[in-house]
Design a protein around this ligand. Sequence first.
Ligand code: NAP
Length: 347
Amino acid sequence: MDITELLIDRTDLASAHLATRTAAVGEGQAAFAVETFALTANNVTYAAHGKDMRYWDFFPAPEGHGIVPVWGFGRCVESRVEGIAVGDRAYGYWPCANGAVLTPAKVTPRGFVDAAAHRSELSAVYNGYLRADPAMGDERIQALFRPLYITSFLLDAQLGEGGGTAVLSSASSKTALGFAHALKARGNWHVVGLTSRRHVSFVAATGCYDSVVPYDEVGSLTADSRAIFVDFAGDGALRAAVHAALKDGLAASIVVGDTHWDVAGNPHAVGPKPQFFFAPAVLADRLKDWGQAGFDARLAAGWTAFTAAAADWLRVVDRAGMAEAQDIFTALVAGRVDPAEGIIVRP
Ligand SMILES: NC(=O)c1ccc[n+]([C@@H]2O[C@H](COP(=O)([O-])OP(=O)(O)OC[C@H]3O[C@@H](n4cnc5c(N)ncnc54)[C@H](OP(=O)(O)O)[C@@H]3O)[C@@H](O)[C@H]2O)c1
């Protein structure tokens, strides 16, 4: 099949171009047309950490370039695999491209894994594909929120007990909004959103936060009660300023994201040592505590509540073609995307 991919310059994420190649479908492989995928800051984080966290290794690219992974839906167009038929559709991790050749294994009525040799050492959570299920609702909402909301949910599961003040940076991001929504629903947290000045009114209007503070007023932060800082921005100077403002009131500092990917992450911060949030470990703990059915029921309840609330502030925007994907990725790298938009590409 002919596949058009977005090749990103590994040394300059703002520089990317489209290239088309012909891919063969070998025995044990299946070709998929990538039908829809979401693009958010999370995909830029994959690119920014393409080398150190091995996100470039999922979909190999020509020397010096990387193909960023995206979440969405694909449809089988050719199959040489038992159990996968032309027309089968699956949700999972795709290249930022209009097609992909996978090596499906462990095929069940629920899904399959990509057993391509180059993916075998990579994190298993990214190698699983689930058959598309109409019962899961709007696929555009799934493509946008499924990869992000699981982290929002696990953050709430890990940090939500007790109560106090929670300060979240990049408060306009979808992952932060999901977490803020869950914390606020508990009723025992004062949830503070930190964001760029131009995003203050959007963040306030979501209703997910009790108060919103622009980054340039971070020095005004106070906490009457035990405080936690949950950092989605990854900006070291901002983190140091939050720690300095909250002083001894700061009980924990958790690093989740890196939306401000082009600034340094590690200036010295007073107070608690920042801890990296490792979602798979929390997931394993919760599965042990709640069992699969208990976990699924809680996740589904949180998902339903958050996606219903998000309908008030989210504007799903459909874009067609890989040239649009290129434009959007470049805009995301530069931080030029309106947080109210949820961008879906039909490549
Ligand atoms: N560790 C995990 O398991 C995990 C899982 C999911 C997501 N995450 C991380 O959480 C973060 C949020 O992801 P998302 O997909 O939810 O984001 P999103 O909804 O696309 O976030 C958009 C917001 O991020 C900030 N931003 C985006 N690009 C920027 C740029 N180039 N420069 C400065 N600010 C920029 C802006 O927020 P402000 O103006 O409010 O700063 C913007 O409104 C990402 O770093 C992602 O990787 C981590």
